[in-house]
Design a protein around this ligand. Structure first.
Ligand code: CA
Length: 227
């Protein structure tokens, strides 16, 4: 069964969504505020999230940013705000789609199905990803790294950092993006963390850590993974 977390503070709308979703055989969790939403997302691992931006305790965008630090499932933002800036901000913060209130419930459900389908395709593709360099091999699905016929043991933080870089092959990933994704938004200036952890990763993965060929520093900007 597909589990949907509905985050919405208007009780009537929550009821309408719950009835319609359950009628289509979704399992439904409901949260009337942001704190409950974060708690339920962690406890129940929903397959998709409907997120209202206007919540009583926190801004829906902050809920979204928090979720995106550790959750990849589709998030549909539902909002009464019409300004296109808001939509861009929501999409930049990791929303998969945006529905403006008032909406037709059939349209919302169609978009939800589409988002879940897209996510399923992406997940399947990701699960097959094994990245091989001449020095080491990374299995993203199994979360394993092999080098010279042995498993390389990485700490969770090292793994997270490597994972973000490897999923963006050849692309410069900014210091801020890495700090936000791996440590969280309040660490966005702690570039010393990156230096320390990148040095550890290079010691474990590079033939010559002083002259890395796969985990490249772009001074003052960020890091890049090269095969
Ligand atoms: Ca609201």
């Amino acid at each position: 069964m597909t589990r949907v977390l509905v985050v919405e503070d208007e009780p009537q709308l929550v009821r309408a969504l719950e009835i319609n979703l359950k009628a289509r055989r979704y399992e439904v969790d409901t949260a009337l505020d942001g704190a409950t939403a974060l708690r339920l997302a962690a406890a129940h691992h929903p397959d998709a999230i409907l997120l209202d931006l206007g919540l009583p305790d926190m801004d829906g965008l902050d809920v979204l940013r928090n979720l995106r630090r550790w959750i990849r499932v589709p998030v549909l933002v539902v909002s009464a705000r019409h300004a296109s800036d808001e939509k861009i901000e929501a999409l930049d913060a990791g929303a998969d789609d945006y529905v403006t209130k008032p909406f037709a419930i059939d349209e919302l459900l169609a978009r939800l199905r589409a988002a879940i389908r897209r996510a399923a395709t992406v997940t399947t593709a990701e699960e097959e990803v094994i990245v091989t360099t001449d020095e080491f091999t990374v299995d993203l699905a199994a979360k394993k790294v092999h080098r010279g016929g042995h498993d390389v043991r990485l700490t969770p933080t090292e793994w997270h950092l490597l994972d973000v870089l490897i999923r963006n092959p050849g692309r410069l990933v900014s210091q801020v993006q890495l700090l936000q994704e791996v440590w969280g938004p309040s660490y966005r200036t702690q570039t010393n963390y990156l230096r320390v952890y990148m040095a550890q990763l290079r010691r474990k993965l590079e033939a010559n850590p002083a002259h890395p060929r796969h985990l490249i520093t772009e001074p003052g900007m960020g890091y890049r993974f090269e095969k």
